[in-house]
Design a protein around this ligand. Structure first.
Ligand SMILES: Cc1cc2nc3c(=O)[nH]c(=O)nc-3n(C[C@H](O)[C@H](O)[C@H](O)COP(=O)(O)O)c2cc1C
Length: 196
């Protein structure tokens, strides 16, 4: 498959960077074609401009600043997101990627006369997420009701159509994790992506 990997972390020596490497290595090992998008390294500007906002709900959204990303997204057969959880959500650079690139006519269509938005990314058949948390699993899942998973798999993945296959790989309580636990998660991620 042609897999678009969207990676968001500013530091090359982070655990997210190691996960990113494991994702890409696993996919290539499995024979997939990888379009590796490192948002920080590519200098992605996450700020939706006034002109983009003005055209957002129109039939002709302003995609001039993100045209290359639109081409990459439309060419993808699968999507992988790799990032650390910050403030119970995505890092701002990744959130801005969705704000600017997942526009009307690219990711969704507004039906005439109102109603639920319609998926436009039916080219994407798999949507996988790899993330890490400082918090323990019970705080994220039982107290906060899993906001990252809900937004990504319950919200954004729906724009890929009803047949999309999703998977959420998460490591919790990372700051207190032993070397063995982080190494085991890294190995799990690489194995999962080799069988993607
Ligand atoms: C700006 C910022 C916000 C964070 N917010 C959260 C949070 O809301 N929930 C959480 O569990 N961890 C939070 N963390 C902890 C990160 O998830 C944790 O540091 C990260 O997963 C470690 O991965 P890394 O070594 O690749 O950076 C935050 C960290 C930073 C830097």
């Amino acid at each position: 498959m042609r897999v678009l990997v969207i990676y968001a972390h500013p530091s090359a020596d982070s655990f997210a960077a190691a996960l990113h490497q494991a994702v890409v290595a696993g996919l290539r090992h499995g024979g997939h074609e990888v379009d590796d998008c490192d948002l920080y390294a590519e200098g992605f500007d996450p700020v939706l401009s006034a002109a983009e906002r003005l055209a957002y709900n129109t039939a002709d959204p302003d995609l001039t600043g993100v045209a290359e990303h639109v081409v990459r997204l439309r060419a993808a057969e699968a999507l992988v997101l790799c990032f650390p959880t910050w403030w119970y959500g995505m890092p701002a650079i990744l959130k801005g990627y969705f704000d600017r690139v997942w526009a009307q006519s690219v990711a969704f269509r507004l039906p005439e006369g109102g109603g639920a938005i319609l998926p436009a990314l039916t080219n994407i058949r798999k949507f996988w997420v790899v993330t890490t948390y400082g918090s323990p699993w019970w705080l994220i899942r039982l107290v906060l009701r899993d906001p990252v998973r809900a937004v990504l798999l319950g919200g954004l993945a729906r724009l890929c159509g009803s047949g999309v296959a999703t998977r959420f790989l998460a490591l919790y309580n990372i700051d207190a994790a032993s070397r063995a636990r982080t190494a085991a998660f890294l190995a799990k991620v690489e194995r999962a992506f080799a069988r993607f």
